[in-house]
Design a protein around this ligand. Structure first.
Ligand SMILES: [Zn+2]
Length: 431
């Protein structure tokens, strides 16, 4: 089989193809599980078939394709052994278009099963070894450390997301299942929408599901450390009893997930470094799950995955957050915002909602986005004791907040708010 002229799939790609199809045969009338338990252990009758052949002379070979395209997950379709053989023939019935359509259908169905909480039929996850348990315990302790930092979300209200190609919104906990059984995720959201909050909620969801080990990596912090992503994790106190070898062994089984926060915060150089490291990790540890958050997908995210968009807060979520922050008074503020043109939309963005809720009592009620920020900053410049409130607001999205201020400063030429002023006003926050 293996010959130099074949553009075969790597192990990483093969797994990706299988996961996306939910480990079921993609032949429309088949859907046979390709892995499962038998009395002898695990059966595996799945095969990653090429849509366009791996070598000249094979079925549907396309000489215009590059090597990368030919060996990418896009060119693979997951099949049971029989159907893998069937489509590996020259039968003109199996056209490229038809196979692509089958693949698309199989992937949509497998997502739907996960999002509707139906059991996934992936490979059997081995009983937890001592090592897997130790690494998960470390990850749990590490998440507890994050809980005590400003990065931890100020709200526990679950954010709602939309997965590409699906109309039905999903919660962070449903998505947590998708990463351990289905696909890597690329979370895209605008400033202040709560990207960091989402990653922490997914991390908690993975832990709650009991079969995963989530590790959050704030990329902005990592970029300043001058070490590899893996070293940056292992030098955290929670991981002090985990060696690199331990971590790699644990990540060689399904379940370990890296949640990389803030791809857009990296400059070009740091991004290049991160890309190389992440590609290498994924090649060495194909079962490692990845989630990355970013402002725009255009920023050349370092792996393929399903795109997930954060949805604006609905009215129920807004009220829940308001009441959690400021009780009845908080709810009144939201109600007033709904009745103010220009603010109704704004309070669907978690950052602005938090800024509005933290305005001092008796402050004039703002009517535009700029006013929300301006009142907010001036209130804090006057009153050092409000640092607490500021602290609460910037939790989880300090960078977004600063960017918001910077954008405001450039738009309104006569404002005194510059990025450096904003930074000064943020100094009381202990980071
Ligand atoms: Zn089949």
């Amino acid at each position: 089989m293996a010959s130099k002229n074949r553009d075969d799939f790597s192990e990483k790609t093969r797994l990706q193809i299988a996961k996306r199809a939910g480990w079921l045969c993609s032949f429309p009338t088949c859907r046979t599980p390709t892995v499962g338990a038998t009395s002898d252990g695990e059966i595996n009758i799945g095969t990653a078939a090429h849509i366009c052949a791996a070598a000249p002379g094979g079925p549907r070979y396309d000489k215009a394709m590059s090597l990368e395209e030919r060996s990418s997950a896009k060119n693979g379709i997951w099949m049971c052994r029989d159907h893998g053989k069937a489509i590996d023939s020259t039968d003109p019935e199996f056209t490229v278009e038809r196979l692509r359509e089958w693949k698309r259908q199989a992937e949509i169905e497998s997502w739907r099963r996960v999002l509707r909480n139906e059991a996934s039929r992936g490979p059997i996850v081995a009983e937890d070894t001592q090592l897997a348990l130790r690494v998960r315990t470390a990850a749990e302790a590490d998440l507890k450390v994050f809980r005590r930092t400003v990065k931890w979300p100020s709200t526990s209200v679950a954010l709602i997301l939309r997965v590409e190609r699906f109309e039905e919104p999903v919660t962070t906990s449903a998505l947590a299942k998708a990463i351990t059984s289905l696909d890597d995720l690329i979370l895209v959201a605008g400033p202040g929408m709560g990207k960091t909050t989402t990653l922490f909620q997914i991390a908690e969801g993975v832990l709650a599901s009991g079969n995963g080990t989530p590790v959050v990596v704030p990329l902005g912090d990592w970029a300043t450390e001058g070490v590899t992503v893996l070293d940056s994790i292992l030098k955290r106190p929670a991981f002090n009893r985990i060696s690199e070898d331990d971590f790699r062994k644990a990540a060689d089984q399904p379940g370990v997930v890296l949640l990389l926060d803030g791809w857009n915060e990296l400059d070009a150089q740091a991004r290049a470094r991160a890309r190389v490291q992440i590609a290498r990790l994924k090649a060495e540890l194909p079962k490692l799950g990845l989630v990355v958050s970013t402002r725009r997908q255009a920023l050349d995210v370092p792996f393929e995955g399903a795109r997930v968009d954060l949805l604006p807060l609905n009215e129920d979520q807004q009220i829940q957050i308001a009441v959690a922050t400021g009780g009845d008074a908080g709810a009144k503020i939201v109600d007033q915002a709904w009745r103010t043109t220009g603010l109704r939309e704004l309070v669907t963005v978690p950052l602005y909602l938090a800024a509005l809720l933290s305005l001092p009592d008796g402050a004039p009620f703002p009517t535009t986005k700029e006013e929300v920020l301006r009142h907010f900053v001036s209130a804090h410049e006057k009153e050092a004791s409000r640092a607490e409130a500021l602290h609460a607001v910037v939790q989880g999205f300090e960078q977004d907040y600063l960017d918001g201020l910077a954008a405001l400063a450039t738009r309104t030429a006569n404002t005194s708010i510059t990025d450096s002023n904003a930074r000064r006003s943020l100094q009381p926050v202990d980071r």
